[in-house]
Ligand binder design. Sequence first.
Ligand code: NOJ
Ligand code: CA
Length: 528
Amino acid sequence: MQDNKWGSRIIYQIYPRSFKDSNSDGIGDLQGIRNKLDYLKDLGIDAIWLSPIYPSPMHDFGYDISDYKNVDPIFGNLKDFDELIAKAHSINIKILMDFVPNHTSFEHPWFKESRSSKKNPKRDWYIWRGSDKKEKAPNNWLSQFGGSAWELDRTTEEYYLHTFDVSQPDLNWRNLQVVEEMLNTMRFWLERGVDGFRVDVAYILYKDPFFRDEPSNSNYLPEHHMIYDSLLHVYTTALPETIEMLKKFNEVINEFDDRFMVCEIYTFTHEIVNLYKIVDHYSFAPFNFSFISIPWNAFEQKKFLDEFDGLVGDKYFPTYVLGNHDQPRIATRLGDKAARSAALLQLTLRGTPFIYYGEELGMKNVDVPDEKVLDPIALNMKDFNFGRDPERGPMQWDKKEFAGFSDSEPWLPLEKDYTDKNVSSEKNDPKSFLNLYKKLIYLRKNLKALNSGKYIPLDLKNKNVFGFIREYDDQRVLILVNFSGEEQTAKLPKGNWRKILSTQMDTFEGIDKDQIIFMPSEGFILTN
Ligand code: NOJ
Ligand code: CA
């Protein structure tokens, strides 16, 4: 039985540039977020994760930090931040920050010092290597943003490591001063009242001390995968030292009351489960991206979800993610109807759901014409048709020009359907995405079985339908989803079931004896 606070909190991710602009420069900011807290309260979420708001030259839109202890003027200042926390806390909303420990910006004063000379005291704060042949990188390691992970720096004729953009040099976590400084950065924000962190690329902090070449990946297909996937990252990912450091981060979190950290780790079932066991505390969870990586069909989803919930067990809580600022939006990937059912699953499964801003409106990817592309991945790998701008479009508040996001042209284009899909229109439409989300959140909060009940797998004997039961004392809630685009019928498990919600938000027909009929992609919640 789950008695864990973070295990039942609903977390909402805000990409600050795109949520709400308060000063008409076309870029979202802290004041804008503060002005919209009442909307989030009304939606029913419990915590916000803010993507980075620190000073940054914005080559990777804030994931390239030049000062860990301040706020970028584009978003406001520390006073605005304190006010945001105070107002959020006054209405019982927690705030998580993004913590980006693997790399800084190349404009961070530490890196400026580090690159200035081999003798500089900060030289060892980053990963520098010479090479036998100067024009050849020290080894075969690759950047996730394309090309070699090494950049030759002419000042000292050595290479520095950058697992992401050249503007994002990797910190050297083997240097104890770096460790101390970064742990103190966490404390700086926790003392200011922040409720915890989402830890960026938490699995790659430490790299092989011998800098061995990584082996090639025999499953790599150049048409489908990024060049980074051509190697197996055995010397740069999930080193034992990295996992030890996650434990240290968690100890810092636990110096404070009721704080939490969630780690960005793209990995598989058993490894996720193992991480819970190693870090072993209620204030920690690794992200689970299964709804992004596993095909949208009943068989595959059932196979994963039944096993995963069981392996995570009662002591810990899974997390469920439908999208984020690095992934195409769920309504674009699956279409509206299936995206509604995905929301139903996410909000009825046991564990912590992460809602990416706009998902609650059914927001789609925006079309970004070539001349407006900003994402460094897209710019670095022009031939590879991939960029993250489309999922980062401005939040759709109303149908006015600029969607109520700003009074001037937003930094990224608006989604073309914004005049229909926006907060103001959806509020008044009883069948809208927004009202579906509100209803789901309401049920999750008010049905003990949904917020704390155990998960019971079911076999429904229809390969297109997946379902499970959540149970708490004598309350039982049955969740059913039709994964196909056709009508389906399924036999109900034994019980006296009553429908309480359909993803289509229709008036319900009765249940025909022990059978239930689904419209294409429809999902249901029933109770006893
Ligand atoms: C993962 C973040 O989610 C992504 O947006 C960023 O580009 C990389 N980490 C580098 O920080
Ligand atoms: Ca602004």
